[in-house]
Design a protein around this ligand. Structure first.
Ligand code: GDP
Ligand code: IMO
Ligand code: MG
Length: 421
């Protein structure tokens, strides 16, 4: 048995939460492997709309085992809030959620450091979600971090205070008034909530499940263009969001990876700063934002919108070894007369189909135009019903990437999903 991986292929918010929830009945285990509460994964079903940040999107299916892997960073305050809101919906997560002891903890001082660092950057702000992600991964790689497994150790308070004091010293160098202590009560209450869960050696757990022939789906957060190594650096997050991140964040051998599902929107969005070659600043961009309700699930910020970027899509298909594509939000384009896809960039008058080192340079996208289908696809449930113009659009993407589009999502609801043969 192999582990299948589901990844966002753009700058996040491609619809990972929705699709993982749809696929969960086919799997025994759903495991998050990186990122933290910077993620906001929305699920809609039976009139419920719910956003998950740290918890895997399989949680609503009682029979699925959900794992927060070692590559994830957890803020106990946000985690406790997530648990509370699940309990309000009648879900008892202690039954089917366990947490890696090796996952790192986001401390109140990490969040303050994130805010101080962003404030100091002025115009070159990354547009971080300010959840403390960068500073927590820095402490992990700097070998200073506090891990979930430490919460049950006798020296937990000592470790906590030592790291907090280190952060306080760093904060003195910023012109920023931090208030760590005001969040500590909630943070330690969150630690008590964490302790209600099975704290596991997730690498053993996942590999044992594999031996027992359990079906496992690894759920990515963010998107490949936010990857720390291959994204639009420095406007990226601080983890490996690509397929290889699933091996690192779950303790899996590369040979254990099976299908790699890459999810993308039929257009493109980005929240936060950084290059976005196909961004639209006109009424077409605003129409994408309005029709697609493109406002952040975590921060509520308006998302920047533009056309689908095939140069970037081919790049991430290569990096991730995508075996199946999943296209979401095509319904957002239902009323458009013309739809465009960028097939190349023109830089200094020269066309290229490769991502340049510095994607902040003047790059003019070269577009191919498609005729809009001008009809509502949201209620369609089979490939046969889909308009010919949309099928042309899909086939073009398949030909160019060499990967089949296996699922088309036509609305936010669990049911609004077409599995293609
Ligand atoms: P994630 O971070 O990848 O899980 O994506 P988000 O949940 O942040 O953002 C995706 C948004 O699009 C959510 O509001 C979803 O409910 C919604 N969504 C997902 N798939 C579709 C779709 O096919 N059509 C439409 N109209 N909305 C969708
Ligand atoms: P999901 O999983 C969209 C973006 C932020 C910012 C940059 C760095 O819901 O797709 P960070 O908080 O990690 O320091 O922010 O990355 N970002 C996301 N954008 N969706 C996400 O997650 C994101 N997680 C981080 O906006 O530009
Ligand atoms: Mg999101």
């Amino acid at each position: 048995m192999k582990v299948d991986v589901l990844l966002g292929l753009q700058w996040g918010d491609e619809g990972k939460g929705k699709v993982v929830d749809v696929l969960t009945p086919d799997y025994d285990v759903i495991a998050r492997f990186q990122g933290g509460p910077n993620a906001g994964h929305s699920l809609e079903f039976h009139e419920i709309k719910h956003v998950l940040h740290t918890i895997p999107s399989g949680i609503f299916h009682e029979s699925s085992i959900n794992i927060i892997g070692s590559g994830v960073v957890i803020d106990p305050i946000i985690f406790a809030q997530e648990i509370e809101s699940l309990r309000e919906l009648g879900v008892e997560p202690t039954k089917n959620l366990s947490i890696s002891k090796k996952a790192h903890l986001i401390m109140p001082s990490h969040r303050e450091l994130d805010a101080a660092s962003e404030a100091s950057k002025g115009k070159s702000k990354i547009g971080s979600t300010l959840k403390g992600i960068g500073p927590t991964y820095m402490d992990k790689t700097g070998r200073n971090g506090l891990r979930v497994g430490n919460v049950i150790g006798p020296d937990f308070m000592e470790r906590y205070n030592q790291l907090k004091n280190k952060h306080k010293n760093i904060l003195k160098q910023y012109d920023y008034s931090a208030n760590i202590e005001q969040h500590e009560k909630a943070w330690f209450a969150g630690i008590e909530v964490l302790k209600q869960f099975k704290l596991i050696d997730s690498e053993y757990e996942v590999n044992n499940y594999l031996k027992e022939e359990y079906k496992i789906l690894a759920e990515g957060a963010q998107g490949s263009l936010l990857d720390i190594d291959f994204g639009s650096y420095p406007f990226v997050t601080s983890s490996n969001t690509i397929c290889a991140g699933a091996c690192i964040g779950l303790g899996l051998a590369p040979s254990a990876i099976g299908s790699v599902f890459g999810i993308f929107k039929a257009y493109c969005t980005r929240v936060g700063a950084g290059p976005f070659p196909t961004e639209l600043f006109d009424e077409v961009g605003q129409k994408l934002r309005d029709e697609g309700k493109e406002y952040g699930s975590t921060t509520g910020r308006p998302r920047r919108c533009g056309w689908l970027d095939l140069v970037a899509l081919k790049y991430v298909v290569m990096i991730n070894g995508i075996t199946n594509l999943i296209m979401t939000k095509a319904d957002v384009l239902d009323t458009f007369d013309t739809i465009k896809i960028a097939t190349a960039y023109r830089i200094d008058g020269v066309e290229t189909q490769e991502m340049p080192f510095d994607i902040d340079v003047e790059m003019e996208p070269v577009y191919k135009e498609f005729k809009g289908w001008k009809s509502s696809i949201t209620d369609m449930r089979s490939e046969e019903e889909l308009p010919a113009e949309l099928l042309d659009f899909i086939r073009y993407i398949e030909t160019e990437t060499g990967v089949p589009v296996s699922i088309v999502s036509v609305g936010p609801d669990r049911d609004a999903t077409i599995i293609r043969k």
